[in-house]
Design a protein around this ligand. Sequence first.
Ligand SMILES: [Cu+2]
Length: 563
Amino acid sequence: MLARRQLLKTGAIASASLTLPWAPTANAAGTQLRKYIEKVPLPGDGIVVATGSSIAFRQVQIERQLHPDLPPTPLWAYDPSNDGSGLNGQAGSFGMAVIAQSGTPLQVSFTHALPPTYPAWIPVDTRLTPLGNQVRVMTHLHGGFVAAVSDGNPAITPNGFGPGETQTVFYTNQLPEMPASLLWFHDHGLGATRLNVFAGLAAAYILRDQFDTGGEPNPIGIPGGPYEIPLVVQDRQFNPDGTFLYPTSDIPGVTWIGEYFGDVMLVNGKVWPFLDVEPRLYRFRILNGCNARILNLNIPGVTISQIGAEGGLWDAPVGVNQLVLAPAERADVIVDFRRVAGQRLQMSNKQPPRPITNRVVTPAPSLTQVMQIRVGETVTQPGPTTVPSSLPGRAADLSNPVKTRFITLNEVAAGTADWILNLNAAAFSQPSDQDANPAAGTVEDWVYINMTGDTHPMHTHLVTFQVVGRTPFNVKAYQAAYGGPNGVPGGIDPTPFATGGMLPPDPTERGFKDTVKVNPGSFTRIRAKFDLPNGVSAPQTYVHHCHIVEHEDNDMMRPYTVT
Ligand SMILES: [Cu+2]
């Protein structure tokens, strides 16, 4: 563990003019694949559903055909081994959903039954991993309000779990921190999160309550049953043999790449699928499960109302024209197909609007088509006919922060063997006196100060937060005043370098979130209450990190401790 990054070398702060090694891969096999041939896998129909008060998973390697023209693809998957199904009902690479109740805890175990070392199709960078090319796994419930020991975080368990070992966790599902919402659980192995998630270790975790029952009708008056559809969007590349393709760096001695972008879109684990809908209202629960790509989704021809995000339902809906989702962000939306009976629509994707930036130097290659939506002519069950004007959820409205912390996002030595991204000018394994230590039960403001050219989706474990606003500032002047060889250290208020007033959050940042777009050219203020679950006493250590998982792995992550 200590070998990792103790040798952090000095280097110049990245300049936006450097050339970077991401490039489309010549032998990728995916772009020629026919589109809209297979159906989107749905819970119970291609996505295996797990319920109960305790679930025992094994992480296993399976093979699934993700497109009729591709050979079967080896995948890593969460297998609920106590149901004996062997994941036979799983059609795609995103093949698992846990459905749990808010207020009812859940005990889960994960037993490592994967290969002991990485296969050739997963290019591990042994500079970043604690135990070389050994497959070490650790599951994190993204959005979980849990004790540190159940969090699946590398500050607590840096070596993760090896072959045959079992991680046992207790998910509180406690209220009000874990209301009805779409969470997901995914691998968080140190230095290998990007690879383990890419290989398939990601799944949905849906929380229900007495309002958001999942049925139809329901007390909220929103679509349910077969008219509520989770949609997990992920980009991938394929080799001709069907394996997923993950490019490697062309920098000598380096395997890691700065961002993974695919040339094929998967929805619920199938390549460019189609979805049959009836001409009525639907509820879509959308998760950006990409490693690095910021999505800007649209369904031309229909109206979309967003009713919630990562932290559950809002108090009122917000009309949206597009869904700009960075990795790990979720949108809970109601889509009206009543005026488009008989039509074939497309869920499309485009580059996000400025200042949101999906890599300034080597922009994500465009990937404009996501999924086809085939609208039928008849309605089986009419369901709701309006979007409710009020919802039983929450707007984020925290007040009285007792402390403000300033956290810098730096990119150092880009394009060289010493390339690293960091928080507060410190690599993950380096000690730092700048790490946050909020007192349990207090509200704090955290200000993420972006020194890079890209948007970074910053994710806090344990807490959801309010987005307070974004303030443009003179990055170069701040950097010139305070920058060192590893970037600008934490703790320095950038307000004197502001070039304008604070911009309010986007309307879609109305509620509590667990991931926020930290855009270039500004500093982003969030506000959170650092409670601990019932019966859990301080201190408890968690992490916060960029959810571009390439950045998280190298090394844009820091521990923090609730005291
Ligand atoms: Cu990042």
